[in-house]
Structure formats: C-alpha cells, structure tokens
Design a binder for this molecule. Structure first.
Ligand SMILES: C[S@@+](CC[C@H](N)C(=O)[O-])C[C@H]1O[C@@H](n2cnc3c(N)ncnc32)[C@H](O)[C@@H]1O
Length: 480
C-alpha cells in the first residue's frame, strides 16, 4: 500500500533530486494544479526554444521483431542492415552481439517462457513482455539511479482520480494472460496488477509495438498545445531527450502533446482510447464546458436506447437539462436524477443479500434504466455474480471491453473476450451472433477471432473444455 500522497511527492522529489533535478537538470516534480492534484514536471529555470531540457533512458521496454531489443533501431526503417534472433527462444532480435549481451541479464529470465509460448503458436504481446520485465527487475531489485524506486512510487492513477478509461476487468484479464505467459504462480497477480496500472498510466510508445517506461519523464502531463517535444537518441532509441518547443519561463509546467494529432476530435479520441483519460487541459476545459454530469441514463420513452446525459441547458445560468445524445429527447433533469438515485440505492442495498434469481431480476431492472456505460455502478455490485448471472449482462461486459479494447484478435482480447464468447455461444446463439456482428465491425470483418479457434483445437488449450458442459459456467479460463 502506498503512503499518503504528500509523502509520495516527498519520496519522488528526493529520488529525482539525487538524479540531478533542480541543479544539473533545471526541472522539478511537483503538484500540478490542473488535473485534480496529480504530479507534473516544472521548469526551475528559463529555457530557450529548441534547448534540450532532460535526457534519460528507458528503465524497461519491449519491442517487436523488426527492432533490435537492445537499442530499438529498426531494419524496416533502414537504421540497421540485419537482425539476428536469440538462438534459444527464436523470438527477440538483436542488431549486434553487444546489444545481446546488454540484454542478457533480463532476457535470460524470460527466454524459456517465450519458447513455450511460441510452441503454442502465440507470441507474447509487448505489453506482457514489459510487464514481466518490470516484475523481474523488481524481484532482482535492479535499480539504476533510483529509477526502480521511482517506478514503485509512480501513481497508478487508477485508485485516485481516473474515472475514465478501461474497466478493471481489462486489467485483470491482461494480468491473467501474462500469468499464462510467464507460468508464474497465481499469487504474483497482485504485483502484476500493480505494474499493469502503472504501465497504463505511464507508458511511452513509439508506433504500436514499441513501448517503454521512462520513469523520469513519467510526470509530464498532456496539454493540447504543448511547450516541449521528445526526440529519440540517434544510436539508441531507448534514450529520450525532451526539448523546449518555445521559450519556457522558470516555474512553468512542462506539457507534451501525447497524441501529436492536429485535430481536436482525433486527439480526444486517442487520449480516451490509449491514454485512458478525458482531456482536462486548460484548452479543452475552456472549449468543453458543457457542465455534463455524465449520468448516462437510458432513453426511456422511445426505442432509440440512447444515452441520456445531464448537462447545461444554459451555461450562463448554469441550468441543467437531461438530453438523449441519440434522439435529442429532453427530460426533466431533476426528476430523472431523483428517480435514478432511488433505483440505484435500492439495487445497491438489496443486491448483495439477494438470492441468485432475484439478483438476475435486479440486473434486468438495472439495465432497463441505465446505459451500459454506467459501469461504475455495476462495479459496486458483486462482479463475480454478474459474470455468471445472465446473458444480457455478459453481453454488456463484452461490449464494454470491446469498446475499450480495439483489437479482438490480439492475444489479450483472446484472454479477455474468449471466455465470454464460449459462454454466449453455449447459452444463447442469437446473442452470440449479435456479439459477432459487433466484433466484425470493430475487427474489420472478422467474426470469431482466429486465435480463439486455434486455441480451442490446440491440445494445450487455454480453456478447460470439460467445464463447457456445465450450464452454470459455460466454460472457464484455466492455466496449464
Ligand atoms: C504520464 S502521467 C502524468 C503524470 C501524472 N499527472 C501523475 O500524477 O503521475 C499521465 C496521466 O496523467 C493524467 N493526465 C495527464 N494529462 C492530462 C490531461 N490533459 N487531462 C487529464 N488527465 C491528464 C492522466 O491521468 C494520465 O493517465
């Protein structure tokens, strides 16, 4: 458990000042007033446009097979002529013996698992590799300039103010998939979950596949108009320098544009999808102040099934109204909220003590009144019971996960969604067809993800097929 946020800030300031923040590097970590009390990076002296501010190295990273695992230089981009694979796992690639030797202390811990995974026709995802590397370095207590200590102090932003982003199930399933890859005991899941949250909040990516943790840069917040940019080192892309994109005054917060996209709509979509947050930067707050309370009731009096949001009717008078974002129908906001709160508190109160069949009815009632995106209420209910209770709710969970996870054919989604697919296919073919329709949209024409099909025909199957006949579970995920 982390201690209070103030003591975390003190620890972070101590570690970063030992690294040279404040003197060698003219920056410091402090509370950022903008985002609900999170941390940010601030200039402690003036910087000129194009001046280098800080150069630092990745602490842990993962890449795909077209890049060298030791320096991230790529064959595809013509930065190096050739790559060779590790002779034992035939998975990670290097440009030189020097890079291989440099990576061996960490690679020797994962090499065997990679071979096992490949024999099962699955490649570990970069996210899993990064997560595992963090776990191994933590276990071996490998620290460079306090960076491990810093990572352990990074806010996971999940427990605090992050109310957007992927549902918790996404993280839990990712951890399960990583346990499957590492063959670690289940008791490791707490440590893995802890690091998954940190990765979700602080990872730096280059393209889709190259991801790394740069602990000293992890405090930089996003702003839609930034004052710095990042450049990779020439001979080692795992080294990163931040540079002032305009003159910066002492005391100013340093802001990066996480998305590097020109159009605001695209920027916000990317922030939501990849960086898990609604943009609260000063620019967006000005443009965006609709007063939305984001209650997400369900449109009741017509068949549009839309999301009813409560927002300003008149921003100047700060008057609220409730409006369906699909059909535009207006509701009395106060009435709707009152009714909603009564239903919510009744459901919450009764849910945990109710017998199964009553729980099922209550969920049906819940889904008639609230939109699927209101999953924060659902989270307060008993999650395990929800999974096995009824198709309607299972479907909603899938939809949520697909909404937040874009590639249903990846191994992660396979872990996440596969379990539910099986349940649905067994329990309700119509609903399964509907979900397949939904995934075909998101996966560009695919129906059942091939990796699920492949896994089911594999003798080392990820699913315990003997459980498929049990009507209550309709299949369950197991580790071998
Ligand atoms: C790389 S961290 C930045 C440091 C972070 N403020 C902290 O306290 O650790 C990224 C996280 O900061 C928050 N954040 C950064 N920029 C934001 C913005 N423009 N709007 C809302 N949240 C932001 C989000 O929670 C995001 O997941």
């Amino acid at each position: 458990m982390r201690s209070s946020r103030e003591s975390v800030l003190k620890d972070v300031q101590r570690i970063t000042s030992e690294y040279g923040f404040g003197n060698k590097w003219g920056i410091k970590v402090d509370r950022s007033p903008s985002y609900g009390g999170g941390l940010g990076l601030f200039a402690t002296r003036d910087f000129k446009e194009n001046e280098d501010i800080l150069t630092t190295h990745a602490y842990a990273h993962a890449t795909n097979q077209s890049h060298c695992d030791g320096c991230w230089l790529s064959k595809e981009d013509g930065e190096i002529d050739k790559l060779f694979k590790c002779s034992q796992c035939s998975f990670v690639c290097y440009c030189s013996r020097e890079c291989q030797v440099k990576m061996w202390p960490i690679h020797k811990l994962e090499c065997k698992n990679m071979s096992i995974m490949l024999k099962r026709h699955c490649a570990p995802l970069p996210g899993m590799i990064l997560l595992t590397r963090l776990l191994y370095t933590h276990r071996a207590n490998i620290t460079r300039n306090g960076s491990l200590e810093l990572i352990n102090n990074l806010d996971d932003l999940w427990a605090n103010d992050n109310k957007m982003g992927k549902p918790m199930e996404y993280l839990l399933n990712f951890v399960q998939a990583t346990l499957f890859y590492t063959q670690e005991p289940r008791s490791t899941d707490g440590a893995l979950l802890n690091y998954t949250k940190k990765i979700e909040s602080h990872v730096t990516s280059y393209g889709e596949q190259n991801i790394m943790i740069l602990p000293f840069l992890a405090f930089i917040n996003h702003r839609c108009i930034s004052n710095i940019f990042k450049v990779h080192g020439h001979s080692n892309k795992l080294e990163m320098t931040i540079v002032a994109s305009r003159d910066i005054k002492k005391g100013e917060e340093l802001y990066l544009d996480y998305t590097k996209l020109e159009y605001r709509k695209e920027r916000l979509e990317k922030l939501h999808k990849y960086f898990l947050h609604k943009c609260l930067c000063s620019i967006c707050r000005e443009i965006n102040d609709t007063g939305s309370k984001e209650k997400y009731y369900r449109c009741q009096d017509c068949s549009c099934n839309g999301r009813v949001d409560i927002r300003w009717k008149s921003p100047s008078l700060k008057q609220y109204h409730a409006i369906c974002l699909k059909c535009g129908k207006e509701y009395d906001a106060e009435e709707l909220e009152k009714k909603g709160n009564i239903i919510k508190s009744n459901i919450k109160e009764e849910f945990n003590k109710a017998p199964l069949e009553i729980k099922e009815m209550m969920i049906k009632l819940y889904t008639q009144h609230f939109h699927v995106l209101d999953f924060f209420l659902a989270e307060e209910l008993d999650k395990d019971a929800l999974v096995s209770l009824n198709d309607v709710f299972i479907f909603k969970r899938i939809q949520l996960q697909l909404d937040h996870h874009f590639d249903p054919c990846s191994l992660t989604s396979f872990g996440i969604v596969g379990d539910f697919y099986l349940k649905l296919e067994l329990k309700n073919p119509d609903l399964a067809a509907y979900v397949n329709g939904f995934t075909s949209k998101t996966a560009g024409g695919l129906t059942v993800p091939p990796k699920i099909k492949q896994a089911l025909s594999n003798p080392d199957c990820y699913f315990d097929k003997t459980l498929l006949d049990q009507p209550k579970y309709g299949g369950s995920v197991v580790r071998h």
